[in-house]
Each structure stands twice: as C-alpha cells, then as structure tokens.
Design a protein around this ligand. Structure first.
Ligand code: C2E
Ligand code: MG
Ligand code: MG
Ligand code: MG
Length: 283
C-alpha cells in the first residue's frame, strides 16, 4: 500500500511538474513576444548617501507592461526568463537601455547626474559564455564609462562556481564594479568575500527591517558594517522605509542606503524631473 501511495504521489508530482513546464513554456513565449514588442520598461531607484540623502547612484529595475494585467514585477517573470533562457536577450536589452539612459543623463546633467548606474545580472547571464565581452561591447556602444557601471549579483549566483567568478574577474578588468546583492540571505560564506571581486555589499532588507532594538538582525547588521569597513568594501543598506531605520543605520556606521524612505523606483521621466528640479544644469 505504501508503495502504491508512493507511486500515486509521484504521479501527482509529475503532473504538477508537467503543468509547470507547460506554464513556463507559455509564459516564456509571452515574454519573448513582450521583448519583441517593446513591452518591457526600466525604472530607476536612487541609492543615497547618509545622512543627507544625496543621490550617489541609480539601480535599474525592470518592469513588464502587460496589456491585460498591468505592470508585472520582476519577481514574477525573472525566474521564468532564467529557466527559459530568455534572460540572456532580455538582460542584454536591459543593460544596453540602462547604459544609453545613463550616458544621456551624464551628457545632459554632467556631474549633477548620479555618478553610477547599477544593473542586476542573474546567475544564468554570468554563466553565459562571452557575457563579459557583451558587456564590453554594450559599454563601447553607449560611450559610458565602465567604472561607473555597477553589476549587481547575488551571492548564490556567484557561489554557482568558477565560471561566474571568472566572468566577474573579466568585468573587473574592464573597470566595472561588482556589488553583492541581498547580502546575508544567500548560500554564502564569508569566505566568498575573499574570492569574489566585489567592492560593495548590499545588506538585505530583512536585516534592515529588524534593526531597531536588540534583535538578532541588529547584531548582524552591526557585524556586517564592521566586516565591510575592515575589508575596505562599501556597504549599502537595502529597503530602508523609515527615518528611524536611516538614523540607526547611520549610527551603526552605514553611509549608503536605498529604500522607499528616500525614493521609490522612478521612471526615466521622473528621474529627469528630479535632476531638472534639484540640480543645476551644466549647460
Ligand atoms: P533587488 O535587486 O534586491 O532589488 C530591490 C527590490 O526591492 C526592488 O524590487 C525594489 O523595488 C524593492 N525595494 C526597494 N526599496 C524598498 C523598500 O523600502 N521596501 C520594499 N518593500 N521594497 C523595496 P523589484 O523591482 O520588484 O525587483 C525585485 C528583484 O528582481 C530584484 O531585487 C532583482 O533581484 C530582480 N530584478 C529586478 N530588475 C532586474 C533586472 O533588470 N535583471 C535581473 N536579472 N533581475 C532583476
Ligand atoms: Mg539589485
Ligand atoms: Mg537588492
Ligand atoms: Mg533585496
């Protein structure tokens, strides 16, 4: 009987898997069409200096403008894009669009434009042969300074193996900066900090959330700033939603932050407005 139940469970599992694969394939095809039709758009969230909130860089975040379902967030479609491989052409479009946009801001606003642009890169892209060469070509086409591009990768993506590390090393050789995203949540070990050529740690929101009081998160957030300072890395606190969190982070030694407290992700037009309104034009 146990064997039969086992078999039954297996059949259910297989059916679910097939269903998922079918759903993946269908969404994958939709994503492909969306890319061809120009249905993706980019938003940009400021990273700010503490305590004054001055913009130091912008992180690029992708959105899918779906005809029926409205804006769809990347948490929904990036995993599918990764599984179907569409992340490679989609990622290339994201990188090229972000670089063109950043070059444009630099040209129009000069030093008043945020110094750096961040682009998220998935594990699948890092493992793609020739990824570093593609980045080099995209940089050359945009005319954007490689040292002002920050590639955001997760610990898990880097931990994947030697290929990812080689690719990161090639990017660093181009002058590109590397940030470890969602730091503290992945399959990380602190040893990764010795082998990964990262210059920035983005401390995950989950630690920022619990930063008030004597929580474990507060202890970890404190330890993380000590590690980054000791290793001469930069730390960025992610997902800062309140003034209290910003103040506590500053007191702990954090000098960079990102989150709704400072700004939601903005459309390119909204970034333009901000740059026009708050910063002198260098024309
Ligand atoms: P991430 O790179 O860690 O990006 C931060 C996410 O947190 C963004 O969600 C951002 O909108 C959100 N966020 C920022 N501040 C706050 C806050 O104060 N409170 C809360 N609750 N959330 C905040 P988003 O845009 O939905 O992106 C989710 C994830 O999808 C990203 O996490 C990144 O891993 C991935 N992603 C986004 N854009 C891209 C992309 O262009 N390429 C790739 N490969 N992945 C992307
Ligand atoms: Mg990121
Ligand atoms: Mg992040
Ligand atoms: Mg995060």
């Amino acid at each position: 009987a146990a064997k039969e139940r086992g078999k039954g469970r297996h059949a259910v599992y297989d059916a679910r898997l097939e269903q998922d694969q079918a759903a993946d394939a269908q969404l994958g095809a939709e994503l492909r069409r969306a890319l061809d039709h120009g249905d993706f758009t980019l938003v940009y969230q400021p990273i700010v200096a503490l305590p004054d909130g001055r913009w130091t860089s912008l992180e690029t975040l992708v959105r899918w403008k779906h005809a029926e379902r409205g804006f769809i967030g990347p948490d929904v479609f990036i995993p599918i894009a990764e599984r179907t491989g569409l992340i490679v052409p989609l990622g290339d479009w994201i990188l090229r669009t972000a670089l063109r946009q950043a070059a444009d801001w630099q040209e129009r606003f000069g030093t008043a434009a945020p110094g750096e642009i961040g682009v998220n890169v998935s594990a699948r892209q890092l493992r793609e042969p020739g990824f570093a060469a593609d980045v080099r070509a995209a940089l050359a086409d945009s005319g954007f300074d490689p040292e002002k591009l920050v590639v955001e990768v997760t610990e898990t993506a880097v931990f994947d193996g030697g290929v990812a590390l080689d690719t990161l090393q090639n990017l660093v050789t181009l002058g590109v900066k590397v940030a470890l995203d969602d730091f503290g949540t992945g399959h990380s070990s602190l040893g990764l900090l010795r082998t990964c050529p990262a210059d920035t740690l983005k401390v995950d929101k989950s630690f920022v959330d619990g930063i008030g009081g004597r929580s474990e998160e507060a202890v970890i957030a404190t330890a993380m700033i000590q590690i980054t300072n000791g290793l001469h890395l930069q730390a960025i606190a992610e997902g800062v939603e309140t003034a209290e969190q910003a103040e506590t982070l500053y007191r702990l030694g954090y000098r960079f932050a990102q989150g709704y407290h400072f700004s939601r992700p903005l459309s390119a037009e909204q970034v333009d407005e901000q740059l026009r309104a708050h910063r002198p034009l260098t024309v």
